[in-house]
Ligand binder design. Structure first.
Ligand code: GLN
Length: 536
């Protein structure tokens, strides 16, 4: 029978529920359990696809094409197992399902209410992955902070779920903050007590408290929290700020979070967790033998969460190369033909980021012209790849005013354009090519060499495509279409001949980079940047 763990948060947001959930899952997985993590978000959007990255960080895309919360990226990076649309549910989705059923007449004239109809639908969704039989343990992270109006139906659903599951089948981990008051020189437990009190008001006694803190919490503080919050002392878990999120599983291991969880769920903990590969990764990450500076040219540079998966992919690839990757954010809006040299000076590689809309587009083109002409390693992702096609069209093929029809619908040379069959779909989100698609790589290409194979599958999130009527001209001039979708002939990878590393990918390789499997294109891009750094 599947066991369920719920993770709630109190006191404040941004305590890192996602990392704690992923770290616990990693420890359980390392003991041989089959684990998945799902996130329930209390906002009304049906999914995060329409959310501004400034507000909500990156939109993470799953194999089956769901646009999801960026925490799912952490789940995949830690566990190295794919998530799906079932792993991220919002209030909007829950209400949409209930309202659709109401319109179908499924409630037989009854009044449709938050309790029981919304809470029933939440519980049904909480069980979906558990009922596949694929998992021993399902961890459900509840977004938001306990006490928020929006979270209430989820918290009530957790209460009911736990009661229905019976003892030892479900437990609640509550993540709180133990602030340090510098003036008093003390760690304060009161916010935690209040937060637990609020959970108790909703009928939930948390089983385990994970306490975020900047200083060690000593035995006295642990005792105090245990007494006032009605938990065992070994269920008070310290979660210190860490220098990297990848330390957190080991910190939780030290606090015996996994053992406490397994005891409460009456599961065996005789297998010690096997974390050899994880520790090997951490060893490389923390002991780099070299360093590179890579420019990340994008428009959401003020909020690094907007490029979360790219940053993490660099961490994985850097560790693999035993090389510290210093990512320097470069706002594309500020790049002009006049200042590109100055702004990009000293970089050993440039990644042009994905994105939507016109803002910063011309700056990205300038960055690409500079790295192409100066043999600096270049990696373009999605919009970044499209920009490399536009740049090459304008400056090498002399296609005046070549562009993407997203930026200039009237361009005389629509080298990036929307495919005919997409044009009929009008809903926002509807026209997008989303999720995993196959791709065949040209033998001997840089991409094929990186992957070590020619059939790959990668995830997409875009509307526009390379316009194949220009394919021959590009190929003849040296920008090779080295990755093609075998089903529809769309260009998925372009790369430049006679350049140390110039690769553009229409898909999002960063979404598939994990600790166990750093992405080959990132590994080779970092290696090329390192080679460039050594020569220059
Ligand atoms: N805006 C581009 C498109 O829709 C690229 C999207 C992206 O970079 N994810 O095709």
């Amino acid at each position: 029978m599947t066991k369920y763990i719920f993770v709630t948060g109190g006191v404040t947001s941004s305590l890192g529920k996602g990392i704690i959930s992923a770290s616990l899952a990693k420890l359980l997985q390392a003991r041989g359990y089959r684990v998945t993590i799902q996130k329930f978000d209390p906002y009304i959007n049906i999914d995060p696809g329409t959310l501004n990255p400034y507000e909500h960080g990156e939109c993470y895309v799953t194999e089956d094409g769901a646009e999801t919360d960026l925490d799912l990226g952490h789940y995949e990076r830690f566990l190295n197992t794919p998530t799906s649309k079932a792993n991220n549910i919002t209030t909007g989705r829950i209400y949409q399902n209930v309202i659709n059923r109401e319109r179908e007449g499924a409630f037989l004239g009854k009044t449709v209410q938050v309790v029981p109809h919304i809470t029933d639908e939440i519980k049904r969704n909480m069980r979906i992955l558990g009922e596949t039989g694929d998992y021993d343990i399902v961890i459900t992270e509840i977004g938001g902070t306990v006490g928020d109006i929006e979270s209430l139906p989820f918290v009530e659903a957790v209460r009911q779920f736990k009661w229905e599951a019976g003892p030892n089948n479900a437990l609640v981990i509550h993540l709180t903050l133990i602030p340090f008051l510098a003036a008093a020189g003390e760690l304060k437990t009161k916010p935690t007590q209040h937060s637990v009190k609020m959970l108790l008001e909703y009928g939930i006694q948390p089983d385990i408290l994970v306490c975020r803190t900047e200083h060690h919490i000593n035995a006295d503080i642990r005792k105090k929290i245990a007494l006032f919050c009605n938990v065992n002392i070994n269920a008070v878990v310290e979660s210190m700020d860490a220098s990297t999120i990848y330390d957190v599983p080991l910190l939780m291991l030290k606090e015996k979070l996994d053992q406490t969880v397994l005891s409460k769920l009456k599961l065996s903990h005789k297998n010690e967790p096997n974390l050899d590969n994880w520790k090997d990764f951490l060893g490389r990450l923390k002991n780099p033998t070299s360093e590179v500076r890579i420019g990340l040219v994008g428009k959401y540079v003020e909020l690094p969460d907007a490029y979360k998966s790219i940053i993490e992919a660099f961490i994985h690839a850097g560790a693999k190369n035993e090389c510290k990757v210093r990512v320097q954010y470069i706002p594309s809006e500020q790049l002009t033909p006049e200042n590109a040299v100055e702004k990009l000076r000293g970089l050993h590689g440039v990644l042009v980021a994905p994105g939507f809309g016109e803002r910063g587009f011309e700056g990205k083109i300038e960055a690409i012209r500079y790295v192409r002409e100066n043999n600096i390693p270049f990696f373009g992702i999605c919009l970044g790849m499209q920009c490399s096609v536009v740049e090459f069209g304008r400056n090498v093929l002399n296609l005046k005013d070549a562009s993407s029809t997203e930026m200039n619908p009237d361009t005389p040379h629509p080298v990036i354009a929307m495919m005919e069959e997409q044009k009929t779909i009008v809903n926002k989100g509807g026209t997008m090519r989303l999720g995993a698609y196959p791709c065949d790589l040209k033998k001997g290409s840089k991409a094929a060499l990186a992957y070590g194979k020619t059939h790959i599958s990668e995830r997409h999130r875009h509307r526009y495509e390379f316009n194949n009527s220009y394919l021959k001209d590009y190929e003849a001039a040296g920008l090779t279409p080295s990755g093609i979708n075998p089903d529809n002939g769309l260009v998925e990878v372009v790369e430049l001949k006679n350049h140390p590393f110039f690769v553009g990918a229409q898909f999002h390789p960063e979404l598939k980079s994990t600790v166990a499997n750093p992405h080959p294109l990132f590994i080779n891009f970092v290696a090329a940047s390192l080679a460039y750094a050594r020569k220059n």
